[in-house]
Design a protein around this ligand. Structure first.
Ligand code: 4AD
Ligand code: MG
Length: 462
């Protein structure tokens, strides 16, 4: 008989039929006559109840039905008399697929701390919370492709190994096959990268944007969706060294079109999750974050507040609130400032624009005031910055001037500059931190708990 998933069985209206189920035992209770076994196979948050009359099965087999063991059950799907489930399985055959020693299995008890589960990240998929988080993560990855595909955007695969530093941030992981101990030296005494794999220094990318701009200035609208890497030594609940970013880039878009897209995109993703991941969201709302569903609906229903950086600094300075980090015009905003604006002042998501040019990347379009650039950051409750983007500087002269001021080598970016040389157009784009989005939508408060195997300073286990 073909195996049915727990999801298929629990959503079935056709009872009194023989079925086969395979999965992992979550809990077992009962008495000396009957065992109630909760079996889960990860296809849905709920487990299905298997009822086994102890008299009908060898004691040897039943002894091995323990939390964490994998079993195959054949039996009748019947309406359940018990509370909490609509159907259950009256077992006729039970086969142990894999034993699980109760003395050794780390996930015996309910309610392990997230720290403990992080140390057991290889097994945490088997808990309700992490099952829910990773099903939602999947649903959102799918929804992102659907959203852009439906809008006529093309998915562009930009390189992971790159020779350019898109953000000019300098926090990059080097990629080399040279022997670290005996690396060949050049005449100046530095490392001779001509002998390295690519014949030049290379890094893991921090962003696919620059290559994305090449795509957009030919295909009109593209998006990238892939891993990006930052070697910044930030130990916060919102930073990791390896994260996924979605970067749409659109020709003929100005900053207002860019903001409209960002807002519509985020609301679409929340709506999609509310429609497709109901069970998982309800579980997380109950067990992890009681305000979750309310917050998601709130973001769906309220237009984002749009303000300039200058207006935001004004609000922060007049707030009378004591912040840990200083606020004045010209300094970058910290997450405490962003969250104050969103959670306490505006009480809704905020898009800030027109940041001081000195704290933003070289490629952003310069405003006529000579001080600010057409940057936009989307700030969310609980998270702070979830999206960073801008209208791009499409004027060759202005772009070159900025690159010289910031010591960005023109010869290394010759290919990027050619988009401005040959048929340049107004264009814009942004990057959504996918993992921060998952934090917001699941209510998980640490980014390490929405990534299957997170990479952070001093930690690259599994
Ligand atoms: O603001 P960022 O650095 O922007 C860019 O990389 C642009 N090239 C994007 C573009 O315009 N195409 O990063 C974009 C987003 C941030 O808003 C944040 O959500 C996320 O990426 N992010 C991180 N997420 C987790 N860990 C980190 N270390 C992150 N750094 C940025
Ligand atoms: Mg940013």
């Amino acid at each position: 008989m073909k195996r049915s998933t727990v999801k298929e069985l629990l959503t079935s209206t056709e009872t009194n039929r023989d079925v086969r189920l395979k999965g992992w035992v979550r809990t077992r209770r009962g008495n000396n006559q009957v065992a109630f076994i909760a079996v889960n196979d990860g296809t849905i948050i709920h487990s299905i109840q298997v009822v086994a009359d102890l008299g009908s099965f060898p004691e040897e087999t039943m002894k091995r039905v323990t939390t964490g063991s994998s079993i195959s059950v054949t039996g009748k799907l019947v309406e359940s008399m018990g509370k909490g489930q609509s159907v259950e399985i009256q077992a006729t055959e039970i086969e142990i697929l894999g034993d699980c020693d109760p003395e050794e299995y780390p996930l015996q008890k309910k309610g392990h701390s997230f720290e403990f589960l992080r140390e057991n990240a290889h097994l945490r998929f088997r808990t309700n919370t992490f099952g829910a988080v990773f099903r939602i993560r999947h649903a959102l990855a799918f929804a992102i492709h659907k959203y852009y595909n439906d809008k006529g955007f093309f998915n562009l695969h930009t390189p992971i190994i790159t020779a350019s530093d898109a953000e000019g941030a300098g926090a990059m992981f080097k990629v080399t096959t040279l022997d670290l101990d005996g690396a060949p030296k050049n005449e100046e005494g530095g490392i001779d990268f001509t002998q390295d794999f690519f014949g030049r220094p290379t890094n893991l990318t921090v962003s696919g944007q620059l290559e994305g701009e090449l795509g957009a200035t030919a295909l009109s609208s593209i998006y990238t969706f892939g891993p990006t890497f930052r070697a910044e030594n930030s130990n916060t609940p919102r930073h990791v060294a390896e994260f996924w970013m979605v970067e749409p880039e659109m020709a003929f878009y100005d900053i207002h079109d860019n903001m409209d897209l960002a807002e519509d995109f985020l609301q679409y993703l929340i709506q999609y999750t509310l429609e497709h991941c109901q069970d998982d969201l309800e579980f997380l709302n109950k067990m992890v974050d009681k305000g979750l569903l309310e917050r998601l609906r709130f973001v769906m229903d309220n237009p984002f507040e749009r303000k300039t950086y200058t207006e935001a600094v004004d609000i922060l300075m007049k707030s009378g609130k004591k912040f840990e980090f200083p606020v004045h015009w010209g300094l970058d905003l910290q997450s405490e400032h962003e969250r104050y604006l969103v959670e306490q002042h505006f009480k809704r998501p905020v898009i800030l624009t027109d940041y001081p040019r000195d704290i933003k990347a070289f490629y952003m379009k310069q405003n006529d005031d000579g001080k600010t650039v057409r940057a936009m950051d989307v700030l969310f409750p609980q998270i702070g910055e979830i999206i960073g983007g801008s209208q791009r500087e499409e004027r060759m002269e202005n772009l070159l001037e900025r690159m010289r001021e910031m010591n960005i080598p023109e010869d290394e970016l010759w290919w990027y500059l050619e988009t401005r040389k040959f048929g340049t157009v107004e264009h814009s784009g942004f990057g959504l931190g996918f993992d921060r989005l998952i934090m917001f939508i699941t209510g998980m408060s640490n980014i390490r708990d929405v990534i299957p195997f997170p990479r952070t300073p001093k930690s690259a286990d599994f």
